[in-house]
Ligand binder design. Structure first.
Ligand SMILES: NC(=O)c1ccc[n+]([C@@H]2O[C@H](COP(=O)([O-])OP(=O)(O)OC[C@H]3O[C@@H](n4cnc5c(N)ncnc54)[C@H](OP(=O)(O)O)[C@@H]3O)[C@@H](O)[C@H]2O)c1
Length: 252
């Protein structure tokens, strides 16, 4: 029988927003690769515990960790506690995100503030807390989840696209800043993926999205997770500052 490869054995990873959707699939993939995974969530405690149970049933190791990525103090103490307990922090996946769509003339200032706090602030706070330990270890992987709309734009998503484009700029700047410590910083930019976030769309809008995808279907969370697993694994050691499109050809 062939042994299952565990390239992340002995490592720890934290995936933000991993109770559902893309984050959950990423947590399962990193655990399958051998990492001990922290499944971060904000409010879906039952779903986060179910994700941990799925990882354990598959023979992996995980824990649920609650904090709001938009709250700098909660992030700092949540990550410091994780590092204190495990004595290492190898992979951070900044996946947590919210959409809060709306046309600009009706867009509420509080929605703008919240989406910036979570999608952009969350990436900054978590990366800062993770970098503290990764810089000391002179190794680490930070992988950010952005979106195809940061490159293509989308009506009704100006705030969302601004946060995701911001994260791509952050990715490249931090990649340069941390390269000297052998820490890579990359992003994956999914197209339209079948999750709770897109389940909220009408059939008509989903059909319009599918017609814009050369591969002719929505993506699966597991397909994003496979790319994140690659960027976290040994094969991606010489890739940094890159944004990998996972969108069925939408942005060609
Ligand atoms: N689905 C798509 O088509 C698509 C396309 C491109 C990019 N993306 C990006 O991919 C990422 C995941 O999307 P998804 O579709 O999987 O979303 P989702 O199904 O709506 O799940 C969002 C996850 O983020 C968590 N979360 C939300 N706000 C949080 C906060 N403040 N602190 C901590 N966790 C928080 C949620 O946890 P709770 O349930 O506990 O709140 C949940 O686990 C997002 O960054 C999204 O922008 C998605």
């Amino acid at each position: 029988m062939t042994a299952v490869a565990k390239p992340l054995a002995g490592q720890t990873a934290l995936v933000t927003g991993a109770s559902r959707g893309i984050g959950r699939a990423i947590a399962l993939e990193l655990a399958r690769m051998g990492a001990h995974v922290a499944v971060n969530y904000q409010s879906s405690e039952d779903a986060a515990r179910a994700a941990v149970a799925s990882i354990e049933e598959a023979g992996g190791s995980a824990e649920a960790v609650r904090f709001d990525v938009g709250d700098p103090e909660a992030v700092a103490s949540g990550i410091a506690d994780f590092v204190a307990r495990h004595k290492r922090f190898d992979v951070l996946v900044n996946n947590a995100g919210i959409a809060l769509d709306g046309l600009i003339l009706r867009y509420k200032t509080e929605d703008w503030q919240r989406i910036v706090d979570v999608n952009l602030g969350g990436v900054f706070h978590c990366s800062k807390a993770a970098a503290r330990s990764m810089v000391r270890a002179r190794s680490g992987r930070i992988i950010n989840v952005t979106s195809v709309v940061s490159a293509t734009g989308n009506a009704g998503q100006s705030a969302y696209a601004a946060t995701k484009a911001g994260v791509e700029g952050f990715t490249r700047a931090l990649a340069r800043e941390l390269a000297g410590r052998s820490i890579t910083v990359n992003a994956v930019a999914p197209g339209v993926i079948d999750t709770d976030m897109t389940a909220a769309l009408s059939e008509e809008i989903r059909a319009a999205y599918v017609s814009a995808v050369p591969l002719g279907r929505l993506g699966r969370a597991e397909e994003v997770a496979a790319a994140v697993g690659f960027l976290a694994g040994p094969g991606a050691g010489y890739i940094t500052g890159h944004v990998l499109a996972i969108n069925g050809g939408m942005s060609m």
